[in-house]
Design a protein around this ligand. Structure first.
Ligand code: URA
Length: 187
């Protein structure tokens, strides 16, 4: 299975109500088989308009953190828990996440990343299946479909003023990078 086959299967998806208001399906970005995969929550306005995940302010912060650590955005994969923008950027509803989840799982199975960084509570809980605050989740990395999952804050949390979280995200990224390095993956 590869990402193109999964994209073809998705088609012009109408599996949930989020399709009503979308401009573009935001499928994924990055190389075909990145060792480091980021999972976010849901597309925002910029992503809906461009069809590319994390291109708005949150994406710029993600890119900045990666380059501070000697990595680059074009080396990592980026996907979201749901592929269509929720109206007004509200949280995705449980049935919307459920409708997208088979594709989330297929993408991870196709990519076979070594490390997954989940950005925020929604992405983390979607993979782990046990609801937890992001602060607690950060203390409990877990395994998922053969990858080590290192939960961290969503960049929007930093952008909304939680400046301490920027440092904590860097710390979590360093953890992810150390696992990648143990597997021989370097930028
Ligand atoms: N926030 C997300 O969770 N995903 C995006 O693609 C953009 C912003």
């Amino acid at each position: 299975m590869n990402l193109q086959i999964i994209r073809d299967e998705l088609g012009e998806c109408r599996r949930c109500r989020l399709s009503d208001g979308r401009t573009n399906i935001v499928f994924s970005s990055g190389p075909e088989r990145p060792a480091w995969l980021f999972v976010g929550e849901a597309p925002g306005r910029d992503e809906d308009l461009s069809g590319v995940p994390f291109v708005g302010r949150s994406g710029k912060l993600l890119n900045e953190l990666l380059s501070e650590l000697g990595w680059s955005r074009n080396l990592v994969g980026v996907i979201n828990t749901v592929m269509c923008r929720p109206p007004g950027n509200r949280d995705p509803e449980p049935d919307e996440k459920e409708a997208c989840r088979p594709f989330l799982l297929k993408k991870i199975q196709a990519i076979q990343p070594s490390v997954i960084t989940t950005l925020g509570r929604h992405a983390t809980n979607s993979l782990r299946g046990i609801p937890m605050s992001i602060s607690e989740a950060r203390r409990h990395p877990f395994e998922f479909l053969g990858a080590k999952v290192i939960p961290t804050f969503h960049p929007s949390y930093v952008l909304h003023g939680a400046l301490h979280a920027r440092q904590e995200m860097l710390h979590d990224f360093v953890h992810a990078i150390s696992i990648l390095a143990e597997k021989g993956v370097v930028p």
